[in-house]
Design a protein around this ligand. Sequence first.
Ligand SMILES: NC(=O)c1ccc[n+]([C@@H]2O[C@H](COP(=O)([O-])OP(=O)(O)OC[C@H]3O[C@@H](n4cnc5c(N)ncnc54)[C@H](O)[C@@H]3O)[C@@H](O)[C@H]2O)c1
Length: 263
Amino acid sequence: MSLLSNPFDPAREAALVTGAGNGIGRAIAQALVGEGVRTVFADVSGERVAAAIAAAPCPELAVPWIGDLAHRDAWDALLTDARSAVGQVTHFVHSASPPRREADHALAVDPETWEQMRSVNVDAGFYLSRELARQLIAAKVPGSFLLLTSLHAGTPRNLPHYSTSKAALAMLVKELAKTLGRFDIRINALVPGAIAAGGFVADPSLARHIPLGRIGKAEDLAPLALAVLSNRISAYVTGAAFVVDGGLSLTNWFDPPTLDELS
Ligand SMILES: NC(=O)c1ccc[n+]([C@@H]2O[C@H](COP(=O)([O-])OP(=O)(O)OC[C@H]3O[C@@H](n4cnc5c(N)ncnc54)[C@H](O)[C@@H]3O)[C@@H](O)[C@H]2O)c1
């Protein structure tokens, strides 16, 4: 068998993706059902989830779930509903994140906006990961989780509620990876650069700072996401952060050399 074929075992594995209604979460959820994995598409928007499932390669493997992940009762409902719909969730992707608004800078962001960002990104990410891990430990089944962080876990974004929540998630990946490795549960971070999805309105001029010369697409994230999620491909990978940014994070105060003589 080829090294990279059959990354999942659909008879034993099932997935839950938050933020599956749009952007990166949608692309990953669609790719998972494309690999034959039953997948819960969780999002606050029913319309978005319906459209994401309608456009998925194997829509019959997709289970819609609609709820606001800013609230703990929704986290419990999601865990219960996911279990009854697909059985044991072995693969968890946390991509849901409230909208970023440029107006919410450090001197403006209000307590509700701050709280909502933390709640959806960090609190839901922690609670869902921990409860799914508890289920996997009890069932003695391996698992793999992928939390969406950001380059802004380490560099300012002028949105302190967002950057601090992503920094917290980056550390959560390491805490969980260290604690849960003994149970064969792997936790990694996926770190997008500038991706033209719903959460980021890309100024096209940004492309000149990107060595690969273009803004990213949600679909650029899905192949690596699946490779890291796969216990077959990435069995020895945990606590790691995978940057998918076309080289954007290499940008600094030096421009690249002019190589005109080679062209
Ligand atoms: N797009 C980028 O350039 C970029 C860069 C770095 C990190 N990220 C991260 O990747 C992830 C996906 O980003 P995206 O741009 O695809 O986002 P997006 O805005 O396109 O999608 C996020 C999804 O989360 C859902 N959501 C928001 N609040 C929710 C809630 N309270 N409960 C349930 N669902 C909720 C939205 O309805 C939406 O479908 C996010 O965690 C984001 O922080 C994105």
